[in-house]
Design a protein around this ligand. Structure first.
Ligand code: ZN
Length: 414
């Protein structure tokens, strides 16, 4: 069976053009959601969609849809990702999923390939989190509330309501962006891996079978601040020593209670009073733990709580913690995972099944439809930086895997 192929030169030109929109002097991209640069990118995408003769549709959450064969009756096979970036971003995170999706639709239209289901490519709003993140996909899944919209602010205190109003958009309309699950047949997102696994193993495609969930705690260990010269070691209630001990215990706890996919990070630490000659009386730190299995996350939370409490008791410290955030892991649809994996095998591609340690819009799409993801390698795992890079060969390969996956899921018309 001959494989369908996208127009690589056209895709490459799009990737290169979009990479110039919002570029800063440090070469990083600054297309934060609903910034002027984001709006330029959106307008550019709209022109690409219209030039290709595809239908352009903007929903209430300002998610951009390119549509092919949409009739409001048959459910569609959807692909897509996001155009917005973190500050100082690379040119592929999000952008690649939107542009390969657009290229797939253009190819299907140009080659007049008849499909049973319509195709859609979506550029989701605020994936990266200027206003909290995943705004577009949570809206589409019906998970937004008026309160959440009204409270969403960026680091400078600008609300999403104000930011969208600047560009003539009404944030409250996002409540109407909810999509009837019956109107979606399947969803696939292509994305760069943003980690080193594919690159290190010289693999070209990752077929994502699950996306990690997480919990994030703010932990406080309370002891007693004392003179660092006069307080004997045996009489100290040193909060930092408690923190050091829990940090040391993490590998064992993951080994005993986690899975090979478990990761735990203490990413921010503060000691009080924070002087070289004072025994720290208080240690505050974040503890973030991720895994793809909700039961394992619960098990890890319990084990960490037990360990913290044992360490605190032994060292005569008090401990308390606050749950800062929790995100449920998401499983990709096994049928879609198999479709992509089989396709890779048939195409003779060096692929592997893997999980995503980073969050993506797909995480929310799994709640309303069968969903899957395709990863392409990130050079040395670099991402959220101008040095983000994927070889053009891998981009072309990924786009062709996406095209053929969409073709299989949308069903050839007989
Ligand atoms: Zn992304």
């Amino acid at each position: 069976m001959t494989r369908l192929q996208i127009n690589f030169e056209r895709l490459k030109a799009d990737v290169q053009t979009l990479a110039t929109i919002g570029r800063g002097e440090d070469h990083g991209l600054y297309r934060m959601a609903f910034s002027d640069a984001d709006m330029v990118a959106r307008n550019w995408l709209q022109a690409r969609i219209e030039d290709a003769g595809l239908d352009y549709y903007l929903d209430g959450a300002a998610n951009i849809h390119a549509r092919l064969g949409w009739d409001g009756e048959r459910p569609s096979v959807i692909t897509g990702s996001h155009l917005d970036t973190v500050p100082g971003a690379g040119h592929l995170d999000g952008a690649l999923g939107v542009l390969t999706g657009l290229e797939c639709l253009r190819t299907v239209k140009e080659q007049a390939i008849a499909l049973q289901y319509p195709l859609e490519c979506i550029a989701f709003s605020d994936e990266e989190g200027r206003f909290g993140g995943m705004f577009g996909s949570t809206a589409l899944c019906g998970l937004l509330s008026p309160d959440r919209i009204l409270q969403a602010r960026d680091l400078n205190g600008v609300s999403i309501v104000e930011a969208m109003a600047t560009h003539g958009l009404d944030a409250m309309e996002a409540l109407h962006a909810q999509r009837n699950p019956d109107s979606i047949h399947a969803f696939i997102e292509l994305h760069i891996e943003q980690g080193p696994v594919l690159d290190r193993q010289k693999l070209h495609i990752g077929v994502v079978d699950a996306i990690s969930g997480l919990f994030k705690w703010q932990v406080r260990l309370l002891g007693e601040a004392n003179h660092a010269g006069t307080t004997p070691m045996s009489m100290r209630r040193d909060a930092f020593q408690g923190l050091a001990e829990i940090s040391n215990a993490i590998p064992r706890i993951l080994e005993e209670h986690g899975s090979p996919r478990s990761v735990a990070t203490i990413g921010r630490v503060e000691l009080f009073p924070g002087a070289a000659n004072v025994v720290p009386g208080r240690a505050e730190f974040t503890l973030e733990v991720r895994d793809t299995d909700p039961d394992i996350l619960t098990e890890l939370a319990n084990a960490l709580r037990r360990a913290l409490s044992a360490i605190a008791r032994r060292r005569d410290l008090m401990f308390e913690f606050e749950v800062m955030s929790e995100l449920t892991p998401a499983k990709c649809d096994s049928g879609i995972v198999n479709t992509i994996a089989t396709l890779c095998r048939d195409m003779g591609i060096n692929a592997t099944r893997m999980h995503s340690g980073a969050a993506h819009d797909t995480q929310f799409m799994t709640r309303i439809t069968r969903a899957g993801m395709i990863f392409v390698p990130s050079k040395e795992g670099r991402s959220h930086s101008p040095s983000e890079w994927t070889s053009w060969e891998d981009i072309e390969l990924g786009a062709n895997v996406l095209l053929n996956s969409l073709h299989r899921l949308a069903g050839a018309k007989v």
